[in-house]
Design a protein around this ligand. Sequence first.
Ligand code: C6P
Length: 426
Amino acid sequence: MWLPLFAASMHDLAKHAPAAIDWAALRRDFPILNQEVHGKPLVYLDSAASSQKPRQVIDAIVHYYEHDHSNVHRGIHELSNRATAAYEGARERTARFLNANTPEEIVFTRGTTESINLVAATWGERHVGAGDHILITELEHHANLIPWQQLARRKGAELLYIPVQGDNGRLDLSRLDELLTPKVKLFAFTHISNTMGTVNPAAELCRRAREVGAVTLVDAAQSAGHCLVDVQEIGCDFLVFSGHKILGPTGIGVLYGKPERFAEMPPYQTGGEMIVSVDWHEAKFKPAPHGFEAGTPHVAGAVGLHAAMDYLDDVGRRNIWEHDRDLAAYTYTRLSELPGVRLFGPGTDRAGLVSFLLEDVHAHDLVTMADGHGIALRGGHHCNQPLHRKLGVKSSARASFYFYNTREEVDKLIESVEKIRAFFAR
Ligand code: C6P
């Protein structure tokens, strides 16, 4: 098994030589990368925020609007049938992408944030009560923290955190026995940390949750486009991610749910498309997935997402995983050789992103100056404010990679960081 579900299995990955892939040719599929910013060739190192889109995804969306667009599930005319087939085809493709059992386990949303809010507002609202525990981790993005914080407040439940050990970004799993008790109704955690690059042992955590009867939600926003994510192997109840981080368009996201979980959830939004029948004073609702997709959906988004998944699987998510991790490891090593650099996240077994700080330089200054060198980084708290506070910093700079990035681009980043350090040392 090569899946990065257990930290131990990540070492096995190294035994598999990556297939020979023409990465430079793949990069040429991304028209946006072929430009200069501030007079320098663009080096895009912000894919954890949002990935760029290959021509194939852009073309699929244009083709849909030029040939097939209509509303779905409504008309009995040709275009409506084509739009419906495209939309439901994307659902079927997403089920295959995640190795879900059936397309009915896939609900389309606007993104990771909406998927988590949907679960909190439906499953959470119905199943979490006063005195219950909700368990998350200190690594969580605000999208997987605030909805649970709000739910806990509304219900009088307690929100507990698995602590992060410190700069190394690893969870202190020795606390699991004490925190993951039968009082926990829901255990939500990120598969890959968007600040630390930590890869959490998703299958093992879900197994532990099942032992105490807790329902699990895995935030796969940073993993779905970078490695194989198999919901059956992970054994989660819910799994969520966003299209725009996996080569797809903005405004489309995925909520995977086990049928038995969906069956015990009340509606999220109500209105058109999600009903079986309506009377003046009552309505009957469809089951999942359509019962959770009120209103006209983002059909073009689903079409783009379908094309993105085809593209990713043509390249091979194993190959992408190896490529991105190699760049992150190279970056980590090169940065660690520079004086005054503080690195965050594990030194080994990290995903394809690296957060860091330069002594006496604000992350925003660093990112602004790097932008002047044509390099797009992210600076700030990356929607991990409490985590940054725990680390004793307000913000950090982050370089995040995808398969269109190269070692030469990392060298440019290092050169830029050296220049910035020299500038502030004057
Ligand atoms: N992280 C980043 O730069 P949305 O915005 O709904 O597509 O995704 C939210 C989200 C949830 N979980 C994790 C682990 C994430 O990384 C993100 C988005 C971006 O790190 C934007 S803040």
